[in-house]
Write a protein that binds this ligand. Structure first.
Ligand code: FES
Length: 149
C-alpha cells in the first residue's frame, strides 16, 4: 500500500515545492523591479519641466485674466498694480473640472458643480472644500512671463 502511495506523494510534494519556489522567484522579481523603479525615479528628473513660459508681458494687459493652457492656469494682471501678475491652478479641487472666470466678478466658478473661488483662488462656495492652488509667476528678462506649475 505504501508503494502505491509514494509516487503520488512525491509528485504532490514536488509540485508544492515547485509552486513555493516559483512564488519566491516571482516575489523577488517584483521586489527587484520596484526597487529599480524607485532608484531610477530618485536619480533622474521626471516629466516635463515645471516651468512654463506663458508668453510676453504684453500678452497680459493690466486688468486681464488669461488662461494659459500649457500650465492649466489662470493668470491675472492686477488692474491697480501694473506688473503684478498672479496665477492659480485652473483645476477645480472638487473633481478636477477646469474653472472659468465668474461672470460679473473677478473670481472663478466651476462649470461642473458650481464651486466658487475668489480672484486669488480662495474658496468662496462649495462643494469644493479647498481653494485653487496658487502658482508662482515670474517675469524673466523684463518681458517673459513664466509660471511654476
Ligand atoms: S468639479 Fe468643480 S465643483 Fe465639482
Amino acid at each position: 500500500m505504501n508503494d502505491e502511495t509514494q509516487p503520488s506523494d512525491l509528485s504532490r510534494r514536488r509540485f508544492l515545492l515547485l509552486l513555493t519556489h516559483g512564488g519566491w522567484v516571482a516575489a523577488m522579481g517584483v521586489l527587484l523591479y520596484q526597487v529599480g523603479r524607485f532608484l531610477r525615479a530618485e536619480g533622474l528628473p521626471s516629466g516635463p519641466s515645471p516651468v512654463v513660459v506663458a508668453g510676453k508681458l504684453a500678452d497680459f494687459p493690466p486688468g486681464s485674466t488669461t488662461y494659459v493652457s500649457e500650465a492649466r492656469a489662470w493668470v491675472r494682471h492686477e488692474a491697480e498694480a501694473a506688473g503684478v501678475l498672479t496665477a492659480v491652478d485652473a483645476v477645480c479641487p472638487h473633481m478636477g473640472c477646469l474653472v472659468q472666470p465668474a461672470g460679473g466678478s473677478p473670481g472663478f466658478q466651476c462649470p461642473c458643480h458650481g464651486s466658487q473661488f475668489a480672484a486669488d483662488g480662495a474658496l468662496a462656495g462649495g462643494p469644493a472644500e479647498r481653494p485653487l492652488r496658487p502658482l508662482a509667476v515670474r517675469i524673466v528678462g523684463g518681458d517673459t512671463v513664466t509660471i511654476l506649475t
